[in-house]
Design a protein around this ligand. Structure first.
Ligand code: AVJ
Length: 328
């Protein structure tokens, strides 16, 4: 756990990932093979995700951006304390900060005194964000925290004042239902009734539109998914032949789950030298790589209630594609 002062630069440590090795071994030994979507985001994967966000089919990012612009005043009013108590705006998984800057700007413009605390497990991501913020919003107090989300919240809980926690971008959709429930309950624990939580949820809509967002015509999402195999080739000395794998996505309107897979187009054997694993794939066998759940208002209400939160605000765009929800 590392809390940095606003101006310190950090050098990124070499990234040893014993967890990658363990997760991959475990996932590829299952009857229905899996790899975790958290490993999409190496440098190339992060670059591809930036491209995904600019795709015509990928509506979530620009929709949430628009809804934050439209409702910035109301959202900031719900997040900021009415009294002069200290105010911390914590962000879990800060990304490029484009959407967050809407809220930061509004708060600064309306005279709020607060500290922005971006939380991420990647030092490199936080360094990049801190540098751009320092340049673009020079008056902003930034205190990055390199930590696991729950650890960061526990750490900040010991400070007096309002904590407003941001979890934007429908990242909550990556959790399976039971994991999602556990995650929200865990977030609730260190928070008090004075604190606030803002979460982005992608909403259920025309199923064709949802499916298209995860299977774009330019094949960028396919590249993003296949990049996971490239990463295993590099980091685990594996020999996945990318020409024998395809990207496949389905959307199940009954559960609200978009599921992404890598499909083995022939019977093949893959070696992962760094973890001494040999894995057999049958023709058309799948590796499940990602869940992106889509929600309804009633699902969100139930989820909030289960974790012990009260709904303070429910903001959507004009088409009801996406929602940003304030819980307390
Ligand atoms: C970053 C998890 C919100 O699930 O929509 C985009 C990741 N995967 N296209 C999502 C993603 C394929 C994205 N999240």
């Amino acid at each position: 756990l590392l809390v940095k002062s606003p101006t310190t630069a950090t050098t990124a440590p070499p990234t040893p990932s014993p967890t990658l090795a363990e997760h991959v071994r475990e996932g590829l030994r299952k009857t229905f093979k899996t790899l975790s979507s958290m490993y999409f985001y190496d440098d190339e994967g992060s670059r591809l995700f930036q491209e995904i966000m600019a795709l015509p089919e990928y509506y979530p990012t620009r929709t949430e951006y628009g809804l934050l612009l439209e409702h910035a005043a109301a959202i900031c009013d719900a997040l900021r304390p009415a009294t002069g108590e200290p105010f911390y705006l914590l962000e879990l998984g800060a990304g490029d900060g484009l959407k967050t800057k809407i809220l930061l700007r509004h708060l600064l413009d309306t005279g709020a005194h607060f500290t922005y605390v971006p939380v991420d497990i990647s030092t490199a991501a936080l360094d990049g964000l801190s540098a751009t913020l320092q340049a673009e919003l020079p008056g902003l107090a930034v205190e990055p925290v390199v930590a696991d989300y729950a650890d960061a919240l526990t750490l900040m809980a010991s400070r007096p004042g309002r904590k407003a926690v941001l979890f934007l971008g429908s990242n909550i959709g990556n959790f399976l239902p039971n994991e999602r429930q556990a995650f929200l309950r865990r977030l609730r624990q260190p928070l008090t009734s004075d604190d606030r939580l803002l979460i982005g949820f992608d909403l259920q809509k025309d199923p064709r539109r949802i499916r298209a967002a995860y299977d774009d015509t330019q094949g960028i999402t396919a590249e993003f998914n296949l990049n996971l195999l490239r990463r295993l080739n590099r980091e685990l000395a594996a020999d996945f032949d990318l020409a024998s794998w395809q990207h496949y996505t389905d959307y199940d309107p009954l559960t609200g789950a978009v599921r992404s897979f890598l499909v083995s187009t022939k019977a093949q054997t893959v070696h992962l030298a760094a973890i001494s694993e040999t894995v057999e794939f049958a023709a058309w066998e799948m590796i499940h790589t990602e869940n992106s759940y889509k929600f309804t208002r009633s699902l969100i209400d139930a989820l909030a209630a289960d974790a012990g939160f009260t709904m303070q605000g429910f903001f959507t765009d004009a088409q009801d594609f996406f929602s940003d929800v304030i819980l307390m």
